[in-house]
Write a protein that binds this ligand. Structure first.
Ligand code: PLP
Ligand code: COI
Length: 348
């Protein structure tokens, strides 16, 4: 079958970060210790038992990736191996079966291919968001792992995550609520980390911020990450630092930006604890990065009951974030040389 059917007639440039039902999703079940052959399905609803551990005890994990259309029409994934690796780390942490790498990549490719009509065209500013997920299903009342699991991949065309489109400046607020304990599940992409953050996000938004910024839960001194993104900071000495913490998600975007900074932009880089209050005056530029967030410059932060501008007016996109952003999306869209071998083309 030729997957290249006509594109949907959407106003791609106006898309926000919202679920839009596409035609197909991939589903496979793990029963009696084995993965069964999966397939594409049309129903976007999952029917699970009311006692499912995913519903009660959050035995579930997920991933977030994007497919982009290059100028020559190629469909490009960005470092999908790392999403597979991270999903398996979460699966092991929550006593769920790993999804073999080949199965993960094939499922993602199959879902993207089947929904070709929904992949935003080159130059539209939108992309196809891919959400792989793994959930514990079946009846289970006591606190013990599920015996059956579903692995599913769905996709949705999306625009910018923050309502400020493109490389627009956002703001973050420290709410005083913690996201994850030092030896907890903060470094795994598990739903349990996010439910507790909804209130912190709400409070941040009530203050006028785009989202919550979390400090380390042990002492409340060091920057951890934002609700849906890691943090990178360009210091006044010309270096790029990113907060080291065992409670944050190992962002694929952040790891890529640090490599771009050192290997392409010639910056000195460091992955180390960053103390907010004592180091803030050394900050030149700051960014929140992730698959959904891409790289969003942070203009100001709310902490200790006041707004603090990262740069002079709190609204300027600095040159370091601009260069990092241009290089990252240039690679992701196939416009710049993929010298790190990060792109994975989906055969259509
Ligand atoms: N931190 C959190 C809490 C996230 O949810 C995400 C999104 O996936 C990120 C960071 C960014 O990670 P990545 O760049 O791998 O998308
Ligand atoms: C992503 O960036 O892929 C995420 O999963 C963040 C999510 C909160 C939208």
């Amino acid at each position: 079958m030729d997957a290249k059917v006509a594109k949907k007639n959407l106003n791609w440039a106006e898309l926000g970060f919202q679920y839009l039902r596409t035609d197909f999703r991939f589903s496979a079940c793990h029963v009696d210790g084995e993965w069964q052959a999966g397939s594409l399905v049309e129903d976007e609803n999952i029917s699970v038992h009311e006692g499912a551990p995913a519903l009660h005890y959050a035995q579930q994990c997920f991933e977030g990736m994007k497919a982009q259309t290059a100028e020559d029409g190629r469909i490009l994934l960005f470092r999908p191996d790392l999403n597979s690796e991270r999903m398996n780390q979460a699966a092991s942490r929550l006593l769920m079966p790993e999804v073999p790498r080949e199965m993960f990549i094939a499922a993602v490719e199959e879902t993207v291919r089947a929904n070709y009509a929904w992949i935003p065209p080159y130059g539209s500013g939108a992309s196809l968001y891919i959400r792989p997920m793994l959930i514990g299903v079946g009846e289970n009342l006591g606190l013990k792992p599920a015996r059956s699991f579903e692995f599913r991949v769905f996709v949705s065309p999306v625009g910018p995550y923050y309502k400020e489109a493109g490389l627009a400046v956002i703001s973050l607020a420290v709410s005083g609520m913690d996201r994850a304990a030092p030896n907890g599940t903060g470094s795994y992409k598990v739903g349990a980390n996010y439910a507790g953050g909804l209130l912190a996000t709400r409070k941040a938004q009530e203050l006028g911020a785009s989202e919550a910024l979390y400090l380390d839960a042990a002492e409340g001194r060091f920057i951890d990450e934002a609700g849906s993104a890691n943090i990178v900071i360009a210091l006044k000495d010309g270096s790029l630092v990113t907060p080291a913490s065992n409670a944050i998600l190992p962002s694929i975007t952040r790891r890529s930006l640090m490599t771009i900074a050192s290997d392409k932009l010639g910056m000195s880089t460091a992955d180390r604890p960053v103390e907010l209050r004592t180091e803030f005056e050394d900050f030149q530029e700051m960014g929140a990065c992730g698959t959904a967030a891409v790289l969003s410059p942070v203009g100001r932060i709310w902490f200790d009951d006041a707004w603090h501008n990262v740069n002079d007016d709190g609204q300027t996109v600095g040159p370091v974030m601009q260069q990092l952003y241009d290089t990252l999306i240039g690679i992701q869209k196939g416009e710049l040389d993929d010298s790190f071998g990060w792109l994975h083309e989906v055969d259509i």
